[in-house]
Design a protein around this ligand. Structure first.
Ligand code: URA
Length: 243
């Protein structure tokens, strides 16, 4: 039988660390197909065996996917010598093997996908795929219809090539601060801040609302995360088992 060790299966499915899971197995809290399983090394078949720990069924996912509402003040990296990373917002047993799909600046908030699925990350980040990302920004300075046109035409932001056409939507202005939505289909360094700067404004707050088919779950407070739903996985072209 194609099999995975029971303790690995449960740890990968999020039931706890490997040692916590072993303890649960030893205490008889784990069943396979309804029968108590006492050996962590027991092989289970993810396709056909029903594994439960403390009465909760754990299904095996080839890959893991989490939506994070990134707060300001942490860096989009797996490790950093001096800064807090986005992965430190997750407990150690969940964070293992995950990485952020792309980077948001340290002060940028909002949607960040965390996964261990390299090919998916490549699909979402590849410059050839033009995956759309929408940001909400507060901008110091005034933006108007001429700026909407300039964004749509493709702005010169000081790189070799101008930025691809982008969508600027002006939502309102109060006390010299303009609130806008900006949709880009590239991921250049500081892209939104540089586009706004190219039109004489300054981004003072930035939050990513969507990336491709994924939209930030506004029920997630900054710093909170959750697993992607089956529908979100489907929108990303993934099977429910992460394949
Ligand atoms: N554009 C920026 O300028 N910063 C981000 O974090 C994301 C997009």
């Amino acid at each position: 039988m194609a099999g995975i060790r029971l303790d690995k299966y449960l740890a990968d499915a999020g039931a706890g660390t490997r040692s916590q899971v072993k303890e649960k197995i030893r205490k008889g809290k784990v069943t396979v197909n309804g029968q108590p399983a006492k050996k962590p090394e027991l092989k289970v078949d993810p396709a056909s065996d029903v594994v439960e720990a403390e009465g909760i069924r754990f299904t095996f996912q080839k890959n893991r996917y989490y939506m994070l509402n990134k707060p300001g003040g942490c860096v989009s990296a797996t490790e950093d010598a001096s800064e807090r990373t986005v992965l430190e917002l997750l407990p150690a047993n969940i964070r293992r093997g995950l990485f952020p799909v792309g980077r948001l600046d340290k002060d940028t908030e909002g949607l960040l996908l965390l996964t261990d699925d390299g090919p998916l990350a490549h699909r979402l980040l590849s410059p050839k795929k033009h995956v759309e990302k929408t940001y909400c920004a507060r901008v110091e300075g005034s933006l108007g219809p001429e700026d909407v046109k300039a964004f749509a035409a493709g702005l010169d932001i000081g790189d070799e090539k101008p930025a691809l056409p982008a969508k600027l939507q002006i939502c309102g202005e109060t006390d010299g601060i303009c609130q806008v939505l900006i949709t880009v289909s590239e991921g250049r360094y500081h892209q939104v801040k540089r586009m706004v700067a190219a039109r004489g404004g300054r981004v003072i707050w930035l939050k990513r609302l969507s990336m491709g088919p994924l939209t930030l779950d506004e029920r997630l407070a900054p710093g909170q995360y959750r697993k992607l739903t089956q529908e979100e996985m489907r929108l990303l072209g993934l099977d429910a088992d992460g394949g």
